[in-house]
Write a protein that binds this ligand. Sequence first.
Ligand code: NAD
Length: 300
Amino acid sequence: MKLGFIGLGNMGSAMAANVLKAGHELTVYDVRKSAAEELMASGARWADSPRAVAQASDIVLLSLPGPVEVEKVVLGEDGILAGAKKGDLVIDLSSNSPTVLQRIAAVAREKGVEVIDAPVSGGPWGAKAGTLTMMVGGDEKAFERSLPVLQAMGKSIVHVGDVGMGNAAKLIHSMMAQIIMQGLAEGMALGAKLGMDMKKLTAVLGKGGAASNILIEKYPQYGLKGNFEAGFRVDLSFKDINLATTLGKEMGVPLYYGNLALQKLVELRARGHGDKDVTACLLPIEEMLKVKIRVPGPEE
Ligand code: NAD
């Protein structure tokens, strides 16, 4: 299949590599050309704009920061719709606003181009391993057409409804994950202040009711070893939880913990941690309590 991939960041570069490994022809684009170097060395072709990617492809995948970038890349002057032909498919893997995506899909449909949303969960390690969870929204036929491509990147792929509903599921997931992340930080802070061994504490918690991927995979690979280089940036989490809590207001659903989690992200950005990994939520707690919440390792 002739595929295009736009947005080659922490997630996109690894997902695009798996698409290439599955044997598809791949054309790529990112505002940072350097992000495509490894993929080009493995056989991907570079195109100079989203429009040129669309001209070379039947299906275009997007992994962009959020609604603003997706709108520009699809509808912009040199965007996908300027280069796409009737029958093409756009798969948005970004975490996006359901309503923005529905609007983009309606414009695309007028040109005979189908848009579906397939936001992901599983982090850069899941993207690399091809084991992502994917929440798909869109037309049933378009979903079936997208499946062989999605299966190159993900393991648990669920069609949850019409276009936009994949993102609705993703925003719910992001909000829950962020609440868990901050709740775990609070518990680990108490353990650290009590002088407990973080390795033993997290090992035993990981076998109890508080277990989650965030405790078992995320914290040990990032914050707990002092690695705050972004796997998932605070700015992106802020974008997700902001969209989720806005959706809550629109639907009349109170989201007490979601809004608390959002304010923590506002604080992290105000402290200058926007570009760091989300596990940087440990840093202000460490500063306040004058204690390290860490498992010693090579990064320390
Ligand atoms: P990232 O910031 O690492 O990557 C985004 C990429 O898009 C960058 O390479 C950037 O240069 C490129 N880009 C920005 N604007 C562009 C434009 N106009 N045209 C072309 N390229 C452009 O982000 P990421 O962590 O890879 O996340 C990508 C998406 O996946 C986001 O929507 C994020 O919320 C979601 N997501 C991330 C994770 C994670 O753990 N990192 C997990 C699940 C979902």
